[in-house]
Design a protein around this ligand. Structure first.
Ligand SMILES: *[C@@H]1O[C@H](CO)[C@@H](O)[C@H](O)[C@H]1NC(C)=O
Ligand SMILES: *[C@@H]1O[C@H](CO)[C@@H](O)[C@H](O)[C@H]1NC(C)=O
Ligand SMILES: *[C@@H]1O[C@H](CO)[C@@H](O)[C@H](O)[C@H]1NC(C)=O
Ligand SMILES: *[C@@H]1O[C@H](CO)[C@@H](O)[C@H](O)[C@H]1NC(C)=O
Ligand SMILES: [Zn+2]
Length: 581
C-alpha cells in the first residue's frame, strides 16, 4: 500500500476536477437499500418511555405526487407496448451488453495505453451504427480519448441545458465465477419466458445509457425539437471512480458552460420500488455521503525478535485498531437526511408497517426526544444504520516480513463514508484523536500534516495521513418547479407503464427522496448545478438487483421500456414547462 504523506493537506469541499476513491460500492449500497425495505417490515421494540399519543395523522409528510402528462406524447404508448419496438429494443440492449467494456480497479492513462480500452472503440462504433439520428443530429465530443459528450442543441441557447449521465464501463466478470452464470456474461441473452435480459452491464448501467439513446432517437424520429439544449455525458471508468472519465468530462462541460449553468443532472440511482401490493415509492437520490481513506503508520525500530519490546509495531497497531472498532462514530437522525422521505412515505401509506414504527417515524419532528427514538430505531436496523453516521472499515493492513525480525513499521488503512452532517476534517481528526491516545499509552510520537504533534520518541512515532477526500454531496432540493417536473414525470411514467386501471388508480406511487451510501460519477459535477438526481425510471426488482456487480446480472425488459419512456417524457416535460423553470 502506498500512502502519500506528509505533504497532504485537508482540502476544501471537492469540486470539479478533484480525485476520489476508486473503491465505491454504489450498487451494493443500492441493493442494501432495497433489502432495507424488507427488513424494515419486521416488528420492532416498543418505545415505552415515549409518549406517542400526539395525533400525527393531521400532518402530511408524504403528499400525493401529481402526474405531469406531456402533450407531445407521440411514442409513449409505442415504446411501452409495441411488440416490434420491444424486439428491436431487446436487440439493441443485448448488443450493448455483448461488448465487454470491463474496467479494473486501477486503469492505465488512456493516452498512454489506448489498447487497454479497445472495447470502448467498438462500443462507440455500435452507438453510431445503432442510433443514426443521434449520430446525424447531435454533436459528439470525445473527451480524454473515450469519454463522450453529446450535444443536442436547443433552439433557445439562453436556457440552461439539461444533462443526462451514464457510464459505458462495467465491473469485470470474475473468471472463477464464469461457470456460475446461467448464460455467458457477455451473451446479452434474452429469455421471453421470464422477460429477463442477461449479462454484465444489463442493469449497471448499459440499461440507462441505452435508454437515453433510445429516447433521443425516438424523439428525433417524432420530429421533436427541444428549446433547451440536451447534453449526454458518458464516463468510461465509473466503476473505478471516474479517474479518467468523469473527472475530465465534468471540467469539459464546465469549460463550455461555466458555474451553475445546467438546469438539472440525472444519473444512475434508485428506481421505483414496490412496498405493498398497491403501494410504490420512487426514492430519488438527492444526496451522497462523503469519503476519505485514513492511513495510519506505526513507525518503530527493527531488531532481533529474541529481545522484543513489550509491544511490536504490530501490537500497537492492533491496540489502535481495537480502539477504533470499539468506538463507532455516533448515529444521529437529522430530518433533512434524504432517507427520511422514504421512511415517511412508508409510514404514512404502507399497510404492512407496524404502527409503533410508523409512530416513531412520524413523530420524529416533534422534539429531540422523539427524534432520538428514530435514531435508536434506525441505528438498530442493519440496512439503515450506515445512512445516519460516518462509517469506518479497516480494509488494508501490512506489517512484518520475517519470523525472527521485529516489524520496523506497521501500516493500516481505515475507509470512511462521511455522514451528511459531518466533514472529511471532522472524520480525520477523530482518527487522529484515537491515534494520540494510543501514542501516549505506548510512548510513541505523533505526526500529522507536516509536523510532530508529539515529538518522536526512542521507540518511534505514529503517522496519520489521508487520501481521496470527498465531502458529502450538497443535498439537491426536493421541492420547487424542477423537482415538480421530475417527480411529476416519474408519476406519469408509472401510470403509463404499470397501472392498468388508470381511472381508478388501483396502484399508488409516491415520489420522494432517498439515498445510498456510495458515490456516483456525479461527484465531479457539483459546480454545474445544485439539482443533481440519481434515478432510473425502472421498476426495481429485488431478485434482479441482487445480481448487480455479481453473477447472473439481469434486467426485466418491461422495466427497461419504462426507463426509456422516463427519459422521453422528461425531455418533453422540461420543454413544456419552460415558463416555470
Ligand atoms: C387525528 O387527526 C385527524 C385529521 O385531523 C382526525 O380526522 C382524527 O380524528 C384525529 N384522531 C384523533 C385520535 O384525534
Ligand atoms: C396523449 O395525449 C392525448 C391527448 O391529450 C391523450 O388522450 C392520451 O391519453 C395521451 N397518451 C399518453 C400515453 O399519455
Ligand atoms: C422480479 O422478477 C421475477 C422474475 O425474475 C418475478 O418472478 C417477480 O415477480 C419480480 N418481482 C417484482 C416485484 O416485480
Ligand atoms: C416546446 O415547448 C414550447 C413551449 O415552452 C412549445 O411552444 C413547443 O411547441 C415545444 N416543442 C415541442 C416540439 O413540443
Ligand atoms: Zn453504475
Amino acid at each position: 500500500m502506498v500512502a502519500n504523506y506528509p505533504s497532504e493537506k485537508l482540502t476544501e469541499p471537492a469540486r470539479v476536477g478533484s480525485t476520489f476513491s476508486r473503491h465505491r460500492r454504489f450498487l451494493f449500497s443500492l441493493l442494501t437499500f432495497i433489502i432495507t425495505g424488507i427488513l424494515f417490515l419486521r416488528p420492532y421494540i416498543s418505545y415505552s418511555t415515549i409518549d406517542f399519543s400526539i395525533n400525527t395523522s393531521a400532518i402530511e409528510l408524504c403528499p400525493k405526487t401529481a402526474a405531469l402528462s406531456p402533450s407531445f406524447n407521440t411514442s409513449i404508448d409505442y415504446i411501452l407496448n409495441d411488440p416490434t419496438y420491444k424486439q428491436e429494443s431487446i436487440h439493441r440492449l443485448s448488443q450493448a451488453v455483448q461488448i465487454p467494456t470491463e474496467v479494473q480497479d486501477i486503469n492505465p492513462d488512456p493516452k498512454n495505453d489506448p489498447e487497454f480500452y479497445s472495447e470502448f472503440v467498438k462500443f462507440h462504433q455500435f452507438l453510431d451504427d445503432t442510433f443514426p439520428l443521434v449520430k446525424s443530429h447531435l454533436q459528439k465530443d470525445i473527451v480524454n480519448k473515450f469519454g463522450l459528450v453529446y450535444t443536442w442543441k436547443g433552439t433557445d441557447e439562453s436556457l440552461k441545458p439539461i444533462l443526462l449521465m451514464a457510464h459505458q464501463d462495467v465491473v469485470p466478470v470474475n473468471k472463477e465465477s464464469v461457470n456460475q452464470w446461467k448464460f455467458p456474461p457477455f451473451s446479452g441473452h434474452y429469455d421471453p419466458e421470464t422477460d429477463l435480459l442477461w449479462g454484465r452491464g444489463s442493469n449497471d448501467c448499459k440499461n440507462l445509457l441505452i435508454a437515453e439513446f433510445e429516447a433521443i432517437e425516438k424523439l428525433l424520429e417524432d420530429g421533436f425539437v427541444p428549446e433547451r439544449t440536451v447534453l449526454v455525458s458518458l464516463g468510461f471508468d465509473e466503476e473505478s471512480s471516474g479517474v479518467w472519465g468523469a473527472s475530465h468530462l465534468a471540467p469539459f462541460i464546465h469549460e463550455r458552460y461555466g458555474d451553475d449553468s445546467i438546469l438539472i443532472i440525472i444519473d444512475e440511482g434508485e428506481g421505483i420500488i414496490k412496498v405493498d401490493d398497491d403501494l410504490f415509492i420512487a426514492p430519488v437520490v438527492n444526496g451522497e455521503k462523503g469519503y476519505v481513506d485514513v492511513t495510519i503508520d506505526i513507525i518503530g525500530h527493527g531488531g532481533h525478535s529474541s529481545v522484543p519490546p513489550d509491544h511490536t509495531t504490530i501490537g500497537v497497531a492492533a491496540d489502535l485498531i481495537t480502539l477504533i472498532e470499539s468506538s463507532p462514530f455516533p448515529s444521529d437522525f437529522q430530518l433533512d437526511n434524504p432517507i427520511y422521505g422514504t421512511l415517511t412515505c412508508k409510514a404514512e401509506h404502507s399497510v404492512s408497517l407496524p404502527s409503533n414504527i410508523k409512530n416513531v417515524i412520524l413523530n420524529a419532528g416533534l422534539d429531540n426526544k422523539h427524534r432520538d427514538a428514530l435514531t435508536e430505531y434506525v441505528s438498530n436496523e442493519k440496512a439503515l444504520r450506515d445512512l445516519i453516521r460516518t462509517t469506518q472499515s479497516i480494509d488494508v493492513i501490512h506489517g512484518g516480513v520475517k519470523s525472527n525480525a521485529l516489524p520496523e513499521s506497521t501500516t493500516f488503512l481505515v475507509n470512511h463514508r462521511v455522514d451528511f452532517h459531518s466533514s472529511v476534517r471532522e472524520t480525520v481528526l477523530e482518527d487522529l484523536k484515537r491515534a494520540e491516545q494510543i501514542a501516549k499509552k505506548h510512548g510513541y510520537g505523533l505526526f500529522f500534516e507536516d509536523k510532530f504533534l508529539i515529538k518522536p520518541t526512542k521507540i518511534g512515532y505514529i503517522r496519520v495521513s489521508y487520501d481521496k477526500p470527498l465531502e458529502p454531496a450538497p443535498t439537491s432540493p426536493s421541492s420547487g418547479p424542477i423537482w415538480d417536473v421530475l417527480s411529476g414525470t416519474i408519476k406519469d411514467v408509472f401510470i403509463n407503464a404499470f397501472v392498468t386501471n388508470k381511472e381508478h388508480h388501483e396502484k399508488e406511487l409516491y415520489v420522494t427522496t432517498g439515498v445510498f451510501s456510495g458515490n456516483t460519477d456525479t461527484k465531479y459535477y457539483w459546480s454545474l448545478t445544485n439539482h443533481i438526481y440519481r434515478f432510473i425510471g425502472s421498476l426495481f426488482n429485488e431478485s434482479s438487483l441482487k445480481t448487480v456487480h455479481s453473477v447472473n446480472e439481469n434486467i426485466e425488459f418491461k422495466s427497461h421500456l419504462s426507463a426509456i419512456t422516463f427519459i422521453y417524457e422528461f425531455i418533453v416535460n422540461v420543454n413544456e414547462s419552460k415558463g416555470l423553470l
